[in-house]
Ligand binder design. Structure first.
Ligand SMILES: Cc1ncc(C[n+]2csc(CCOP(=O)(O)OP(=O)(O)O)c2C)c(N)n1
Ligand SMILES: CC(=O)[C@@H](O)[C@H](O)COP(=O)(O)O
Ligand SMILES: [Mg+2]
Length: 624
């Protein structure tokens, strides 16, 4: 059969195809995604699982008039291919290439931007209400996964949407997986529905029987209604959604285009909110991904034949160092408990989960709940470590402030993926945490200069009896202990001078200490001696040391991988101003804008935080 994908330029080309053709197009798209993502890296398994559903949506609805909103947005590759971005797809997640998430500036079909989970129903309801107010006529479709459905926002929006009663179609794409195995009561409920598919037929039979009972008298009618209600609880799938005010349709085989097109057409005609429950297989069509959907959720470039990553070095990541260290510390301290919001492997907690299942809590995609749960545990003598990506802790800001810090509770926030994360881009860079945390009273904030210092900070954290945040970057760790073997003592509010030079001092924090270290080494080889300070603490700052440094240097350069606004450098500025520093201060950090996606090194270069840019800056200062 002739290949169809080459002729797909935009959604109109999808609409023309019949179901049989859409089926073969699905296979071609799968191969195309596999081929591309094996080179670019990206979110593979979710996209392989959503091919038919996406094509069915574009067959039945008229995007962009009808509004399709993708929850999280990591599963929108097929949508991108179907809506005119096939030819750019090879630039996926590359610097200046197309994003791995929906982006308004990429296409009129990307009508709502995402990256963080569980927003689609709220956004969709907003669209639906605006449509109703304007008296317009289009459909709003929210596509949300079973993992994303565990998020508080999704529940809040279901509660509202069911009550309001506006036309809204929610597609629950249930592949039985979040990144790791999905968790929670709702997930169990969906599992019960999935494993009893005859329920859906029974539901229709049952409803027609009930409605055919003649209302001979009030009593018979009432009895029938009561019987209907109680039987429904036993027999009707999706009753939870029905009770919230949705018409539940499903479960539907999300790989069967006939079923999908049929159910979408039915939903189109229904007034009020509808929830379609589709069942799909994460990783569909690529055996390694079907067998290990968690490993193929987000991949770096890999070999399709072996399924193995191209770069298979043995280096250890910060997340693993964290996970291993906490696992060790928990051996001697039964009060240590670990919390994740649906990221057990990403945060390195799998090992803890395996060894201490009773002390490990995966709360689902529920960062806010995770923080307050930690507060509750800490109130009862436990020592919770909430391991969370910097960007997702943004969700829990008020809980950190109101539930943990106000009560001065000894919760540890292990903040992973801090700084620039690379290819996930704007929605995922962890460049705001110093700013959104450092103004919260009672909170201590640290950032290690390398993997070994992370371990020392974790040990410090165990006995620290107040709220504490430790933030560290994505990726492989390094070790500066050869050059600075005696620099691993952690004392509250104490930084350290790693190199003593003159005139110019670099005061760096976290990952940027390594850049500072390389700058200083290179300049030393050229006979230029620069002072290098490892800040260690953003809060409390080592004020005495910084003032001492300011007394002996004409120029102070602060470096951080956080936005400059409200960051580490701004705290140092405040201190220097207070102390009448007469020299020059240069703050290096990220600008007040959202940072695009791309390779991390490329981005650091772009924002002049790389070693060469810092050296050029210093040399210019010296000339000046
Ligand atoms: C607020 C927030 N927390 C965590 C994540 C990380 N994350 C991205 S996708 C995902 C799992 C989503 O599962 P599901 O919605 O079922 O989609 P699937 O990957 O199974 O297609 C998680 C936890 C996120 N994007 N946003
Ligand atoms: C979409 C999403 O939020 C996650 O899948 C994230 O992309 C994972 O990031 P890491 O690859 O850094 O674990
Ligand atoms: Mg899922």
């Amino acid at each position: 059969m002739e290949k169809l994908l080459p002729s797909i330029k935009n959604v109109k080309d999808i609409k023309k195809l019949n179901i049989r053709q859409l089926k073969s197009l699905s296979n071609e798209i799968r191969d195309f995604i596999l081929e591309t993502v094996s080179k670019t890296g990206g979110h593979l398994a979710s996209n392989l699982g959503i091919v038919e559903l996406t094509l069915a949506l574009h067959k039945v609805f008229n995007s962009p008039k009808d509004k399709i909103i993708w929850d999280v947005g990591h599963q929108a590759y097929v949508h991108k291919i179907a809506t005119g971005r096939k030819d750019e797809f090879h630039t996926l997640r590359q610097f200046k290439g197309i994003s791995g998430f929906p982006k308004r500036n990429e296409s009129e079909h990307d009508i709502f931007e995402t990256g963080h989970s569980s927003t689609s129903i709220s956004a969709g309801l907003g669209y639906a209400l605006a449509r109703d107010l304007e008296g317009e006529d289009y459909k709003v479709i929210c596509v949300i996964g079973d993992g994303a459905m565990t998020g508080g926002m999704a529940f809040e929006a279901l509660n509202h949407a069911g009550d309001v009663g506006s036309d809204l179609i929610i597609i629950l794409n249930d592949n039985e997986m979040s990144i790791s195995e999905n968790v929670g009561g709702l997930s169990k409920h969906l599992n019960r529905i999935r494993t009893a598919p005859t329920y859906s037929r029974m539901k229709e039979d049952f409803e027609s029987i009930i409605s055919s009972i003649p209302a001979i008298g009030k009593r018979v009618y009432k009895t029938a209604e009561r019987a209907k209600d109680s039987l429904k609880y036993f027999l009707v799938p999706g009753i939870i959604f029905e009770e919230l005010g949705f018409k539940y349709l499903g479960p539907v085989n999300g790989h069967n285009l006939y079923e999908l097109v049929d159910v979408l057409n039915r939903a189109k005609k229904i007034k009020g909110p509808v929830l379609i429950h589709t069942v799909t297989k994460k990783g569909k069509g690529y055996k390694p991904a079907e067998e290990n959907p968690d490993k193929y959720h987000s991949v770096s470039p890999f070999n399709i034949k072996t399924g193995k990553p191209n770069k298979n070095d043995k280096k250890i990541k910060f997340s693993q160092i964290f996970g291993n260290a906490l696992n060790e510390l928990a051996k001697n301290n039964e009060k240590i408990v670990a919390i994740t919001a649906a990221m057990p492997s990403g945060t390195g907690l799998d090992i803890f989960k395996e060894n201490y299942p009773k002390r490990f809590f995966d709360v689902g995609i529920a960062e806010q709940h995770g923080v307050t749960l930690a507060a509750g545990l800490a109130s009862n003598g436990y020592k919770p470590f909430f391991a969370v990506y910097s960007t997702f802790l943004q969700r829990g800001y008020d809980q950190v402030l109101h539930d943990v810090c106000l009560q001065n509770l000894p919760v540890v926030f292990s903040i992973d993926r801090a700084g620039l994360v690379g290819k996930d881009g704007e929605t995922h860079h962890g460049v705001f945490d110093f700013s959104y945390l450092s103004h919260i009273p009672n909170l201590t904030i640290m950032a290690p200069k390398d993997g070994k210092e992370l371990v020392e900070m974790l040990k410090f954290a165990v006995d620290f009896d107040k709220p504490l945040a430790i933030r560290y970057p994505r990726g492989y760790a390094w070790d500066l202990s050869k050059d600075y073997p005696d620099s691993y003592n952690i004392e509250l509010g104490k930084g350290e001078i790693l190199e003593k030079g003159k005139d110019i001092a670099i005061i760096a924090i976290g990952k940027m200490v390594k850049n500072g270290y390389e700058v200083v080494k290179k300049l030393k080889n050229e006979g230029i001696n620069i002072t290098l300070v490892n800040g260690k603490f953003v809060k409390p700052l080592d004020e005495n040391m910084i003032i001492e440094i300011s007394n002996h240097h004409k120029t102070i350069i602060t470096i951080e991988d956080n936005v400059k606004v409200g960051g580490f450098g701004s705290k140092i500025n405040d201190l220097l101003i207070k102390n009448n520093y007469k020299g020059e201060v240069v703050n290096l950090g990220l600008p007040d804008r959202f940072i695009e996606h791309g390779n991390v090194d490329e981005l650091y270069k772009l924002y002049e935080l790389d070693v060469d840019s810092i050296i050029t800056l210093i040399k210019n200062k010296m000339k000046g």
